[in-house]
Design a protein around this ligand. Sequence first.
Ligand SMILES: Nc1ncnc2c1ncn2[C@@H]1O[C@H](COP(=O)(O)OP(=O)(O)O)[C@@H](O)[C@H]1O
Ligand SMILES: [Mg+2]
Length: 313
Amino acid sequence: MTNDKIVIETNNLVKRFKKITAVDGLDLAISRGEIFGLLGPDGAGKTTTIRMLCAIMDPDEGSAQVAGFDTVKESEAIKARIGYMPQQFSLYGDLTVMENLIFFADIFQVSRKERKERIGQLLGFARLTQFKDRRAVHLSGGMQKKLALACTLIHQPEIIFLDEPTTGVDPVSRREFWDILANLHLEGVTLFVSTPYMDEAERCSRAALMFEGDVIVCDEPEAIKGLVEGELLALRPERLREASRLIEKRPGVREVQTYGDLLHVFVDDAERRAPELREALKQVDIGIHEMRQTRPRMEEAFISLIRERVEER
Ligand SMILES: Nc1ncnc2c1ncn2[C@@H]1O[C@H](COP(=O)(O)OP(=O)(O)O)[C@@H](O)[C@H]1O
Ligand SMILES: [Mg+2]
């Protein structure tokens, strides 16, 4: 592709570890200013992909360009232009919030003149100003992630890579963290974010679903949800497993997914099948606490696509 708006591009990118192919022929093209989500379960190959894009690890095959530079031949040029927040970002626990920021300003050679203003901005941006003298070890998990992000941004990178920045963080902090990413997005920064949380794809301009080293789908969230065929019924039956097994065999039922004590049933025609299901369950004395038609979310779409992929084998 010769589009100069493309700031991250991979061509048949491959990485192997002994018998495992962690990344298996990846082709991605990400435009300037996108907020791009790399979604996938543990072991999908997200970290390996990000490490190759950040020029920390060389691919076995294929190539990648970031900000117009080759990740193997021009790794230093890339490192100066990107921010990388690894999953296990190392803050210095004994240092305060302020001292951590100064430390990273030193590493990235931010001039003394610039750093004062920049640190003030970042503290405000990450809503950490009132905690600037607190030692990092005494911050909550969510605040540590925000400080890590602030440290990643100290040299004003044009592209930032974040590897599972919200994993293990409570839902409220997760939302706040995504609000901060949205603000960066508005400032024109290109964001590449990996996450195992399917719902976070909703916050991205485009998302790729990665599974066993391969991207199964890459598109805008609405388009991905549109891939799910059929209509969706959510029901809360008694005797969940029994109910699920019975429903799976009913005509018009495409797929059944379990969420806690809730079944999500994909059917060809919700209006027609809902009373049929109710009747079929009644026959075997299974009551239904709740049943309603609902819209597929990102999570249902991804689970459905991964299932299809597994069944193809
Ligand atoms: N340094 C390594 N040595 C051997 N296997 C590895 C190494 N790094 C990753 N892997 C394997 O490659 C696959 C992808 O890992 P990773 O990129 O960490 O996935 P994710 O970040 O999506 O959880 C996994 O099967 C993992 O065990
Ligand atoms: Mg990982």
